[in-house]
Write a protein that binds this ligand. Structure first.
Ligand code: MRU
Length: 347
């Protein structure tokens, strides 16, 4: 398949999960075939496939790959093993756990009908989730684009685009939808240290779509806001507590504080599968810590002295009071979030 024809971050083909290896972009566009649950778990851990919604759907397919060769005798054991392995890959994005609960529920319901029926049910559910994700992002884009005026300059952090979902994106979906409606938009993309998802992935995606994008280093955002260059901030989310506190890529909180200081509206764009109503607030969201090498090196090149102490939290929490609205597939939730989000779940 040719690169320019592929928009999806992942798809199912030849009884395997196909992904674009996001660790190699933008230098190399490589499609990787994952044929086992172990391979999917490894790809999620190493960020070959990343972004909360994409992780969830990849895990659903991984769950299927974990049991696809099972017999009546070993499927129950493998269902448990696959579930535990995939759960252990990344702790912050709740979409992972949401997706695994959903496919496991389907497996439990189908199980009395036999091993083959269980396999088919799991795979069909993974397909359904993949299709739903795209439709959900389109709706997020539709609602979110109403916030964007012609000529807006929009800042985003990390990558909440097609690559982070199955297709279209959440935060970038909002921007794409505005662009598709003929509004002139210009994006400032934070590079997003340490793993540079903004520089490597957001800039790549937007350029590919012909949406004007300017790359900035993370520490430039405040100055641009002060200069009046930013009309709006929109970012994705990995987990949103019931009060609206939001975990997203490290550095998001700094952007939100700067936005508040400079009167720039700050929005989250995320599907309801990213909302964790079981948590009261952001302090209950588990924050992933990753390896020191991600900070001491850039693309394999060491930039810090050997043996230096490092702290590398992969996400931070933005308090609800800094968030102007949460754009979901059911509409835009406004404070107080506990009520507005609950209403969307009830609708
Ligand atoms: O560590 P990553 O690259 O998986 O982090 C991704 C983010 O923080 C995204 O903003 C978030 O998952 C939303 S993706 C639509």
């Amino acid at each position: 398949m040719r690169e320019e024809l592929i928009l999806r971050s992942l798809w199912f083909e030849d009884n395997s999960l196909m992904i674009i290896d996001q660790t190699l972009l933008p230098g190399e566009f490589r499609i990787v075939k994952l044929s086992s649950c172990d391979e999917v778990a490894h790809a999620i851990k190493t960020l070959m496939v990343r972004g909360a919604p994409a992780i969830g759907v990849a895990a659903a397919y991984g769950f299927y790959l974990g049991i696809k060769d099972c017999s009546e005798g070993n499927i129950d054991e493998r269902l448990d093993e696959s579930y535990e392995l995939l759960r252990s890959t990344r702790p912050t994005a709740v979409n992972l756990f949401w997706a695994l609960e959903r496919v496991r529920g389907v497996a439990i319901t189908a199980r009395p009908a036999g091993v083959d029926a269980t396999k088919v049910a799991i795979l069909n559910e993974a397909h359904r989730m993949a299709e739903e994700d795209v439709a959900t992002n389109r709706k997020i884009g539709e609602y979110g684009s109403t916030l964007i005026k012609d000529g807006f300059n929009i800042l985003t952090h990390c990558n909440a685009g097609a690559l982070a979902t199955v297709d279209y994106g959440t935060a970038l979906g909002v921007i794409r939808a505005a662009h598709e409606k003929g509004k002139r938009v210009h994006v400032y993309a934070d590079e997003t240290r340490p793993l540079l998802q903004g520089a490597r992935l957001t800039a790549w995606e937007l350029k590919r779509d012909g949406i004007p994008v300017t790359l900035i280093a993370d520490n430039m955002a405040g100055f641009l806001m002060k200069q009046g260059r930013i009309d709006m901030v929109v970012v994705g989310a990995d987990r949103i507590a019931q009060n609206g506190d939001t975990a997203n890529k490290i550095g998001t909180y700094s952007v939100a504080v700067l936005a508040a200081r400079n009167n720039v509206p700050f929005y989250i764009a995320a599907p309801l599968s990213t909302v964790d109503m079981s948590l009261n607030n952001g302090s209950e969201i588990p924050i992933e810590e990753r390896s020191h090498e991600e900070v001491t090196t850039v693309k394999g090149q060491r930039i810090a002295p050997e043996g230096v102490d490092v702290y590398n939290p992969a996400f931070d929490i933005t308090e609800a009071e800094l968030i102007k609205g949460i754009i979901t597939e059911k509409g835009i939730a406004y404070p107080p979030y506990k009520e507005s989000l609950q209403k969307f779940f009830n609708d």
